[in-house]
Design a protein around this ligand. Structure first.
Ligand code: FAD
Length: 405
């Protein structure tokens, strides 16, 4: 089947080829298109349909993201934030975190740091649709659907990309924005540290008996973290329930009624009660980090470069920061007369992003290990630790600074 092209336009020979039209690929295409680069984006999937505006429990996307103010500002600068219906985003002003194994709990509020809010919970399909509108109307950007990259070979003029439908591309710079199982990273043989958490996450929409209080709720349980993320409807939350494989198999197989009982038991009396659940899905959880994000004429962004445990909800925020920094470096390079594949530019991007991504991944790993232990001493230490942080205004402000960026 021929690749589905966006509205009738002549396709210019691209300066930059982006593999993957997810949130990362489309935001990068828009950011670069606005700076006068010619960009082609290819994606193996079909063009996403316009999402429904219905609000029944089954109508919400199973995949949501907690977008930080920094990510929102970047989406705003691309024109994408205003294209997301505001009655569909859950603005949250608080976070409630507790240890399911003890009495330790901590409460963060936007007012502690004089911020109007901490973030917005947004359905992934809405972020994607908004970015697609921006990319498709941006001069210099072409988005091709049903165009899966099949092979990649390095040549003197760039990477020669062959697609399953027979199309081929060779641009001075190729960007891998093709997600956690990146074929670009694989074909370029870029060494990557990766490991499985031996956990899967159940995601779904849940209705509550009471208001979610515009707060994200996160319990650290023996079996893994459980998060309730507030949706735009005050009685609905998205859940991300990470579970060790054995428990995951058992809980994923439960009927809706039994699932709700298990969920309420897990939440205890620290969170609002769940009364209904929509369709559910599961994702295996893996952490991966490419040793290098760049190679000759090649660069990785977002999940293609790094994917982390969803417990901090930082995945797409780190990805959007990669995109912003790469777009800034390429634009600054253009002003100085550097080519898009300039190793100086690509290394500058890598230096900036690797430091921040590694720090966040190490912090998440620490949390995961610290809260994964049921040793009495570890349980006591983290309960005392949570209590201490809760009482220290400066420490709370530091944690919130991390969550807001
Ligand atoms: C359970 C779970 C909960 C999460 N919750 C959060 C959260 O609360 N907050 C948050 O920030 N992040 C969260 N994340 C992470 C977030 O979803 C990812 O970081 C984000 O989707 C990555 O975006 P991306 O554009 O890099 O990749 P993707 O969204 O994976 O997009 C990659 C694109 O590449 C295309 N593609 C792949 N291979 C090819 C090929 N060979 N040829 C052409 N196209 C190809 C795919 O079709 C796809 O469209 C969560 C993840 C999980 C698993």
């Amino acid at each position: 089947m021929p690749a589905a092209k966006t509205p009738e336009r002549e396709m210019a020979s691209p300066d930059i080829l982006i593999v993957g039209a997810g949130v990362a690929g489309l935001s990068l295409a828009t950011a670069l298109g606005r700076e006068g680069f010619h960009v082609t984006v290819i994606d193996g999937a079909s063009r996403p349909q316009s999402p429904t505006a219905n609000r029944a429990i089954a109508d919400w996307d199973l995949r949501v993201s907690a977008l930080t103010p920094t990510s929102i500002a970047f989406l705003e600068s691309l024109g994408a934030w205003s294209a997301i219906p505001s009655n569909r985003t859950g603005c949250y002003t608080g976070m409630r975190v507790w240890d399911g194994h003890g009495s330790g709990r901590i409460r963060f509020d936007a007012s502690d740091v004089n911020a109007p809010y901490l973030g917005h919970i947004v359905e992934n399909r809405l972020t994607l649709q908004a970015l697609l509108q921006c990319a498709e109307t941006c001069p210099g950007v072409d988005v091709l659907w049903e165009c899966a990259m099949d092979t990649m070979t390095h040549t003197n003029s760039g990477w020669d990309i062959r697609c399953q439908d027979g199309l081929s591309f060779c641009a001075p710079l190729t960007v891998g924005a093709d997600g956690a199982r990146s074929r670009v990273r694989e074909w370029a043989a870029m060494p990557t540290r990766q490991w499985s958490y031996d956990q899967s996450a159940i995601v779904g929409t849940v209705a509550l008996t009471s208001h979610h209080q515009d707060a994200c709720w996160q319990a650290f349980l023996d079996t893994g973290p459980l998060a309730l993320l507030p949706l735009a409807d005050e009685d609905k939350v998205a859940i991300v329930w990470s579970l060790d494989e054995l428990q995951h198999e058992q809980i994923a197989a439960l009927s809706d009624e039994a699932f709700l009982s298990a969920l309420n038991r897990a939440l205890g009396c620290d969170a609002p009660e769940a009364v209904a659940v929509g369709p559910r899905a599961s994702f295996p959880l893996r952490q991966s980090h490419a040793i290098d994000y760049v190679d000759q004429g090649l660069v990785l962004v977002a999940d293609a470069a790094h994917s982390i445990h969803p417990l901090a909800g930082q995945g797409i925020n780190l990805g959007l920061s990669d995109v912003r920094v790469l777009a800034e470096e390429l634009t600054a390079g253009k002003v100085k007369g550097l080519t898009v594949d300039s190793p100086v530019l690509l290394r500058r991007y890598q230096r900036q992003r690797k430091t921040e991504n590694l720090a966040m991944m190490a912090a998440m790993e620490g949390f995961k290990r610290g809260f994964g232990s049921q040793q009495p001493l570890a349980v006591m230490a983290r309960n005392v630790g949570l209590g201490l942080v809760d009482q220290q205004a400066w420490l709370k402000r530091w944690f919130m600074g991390q969550a807001l960026s």
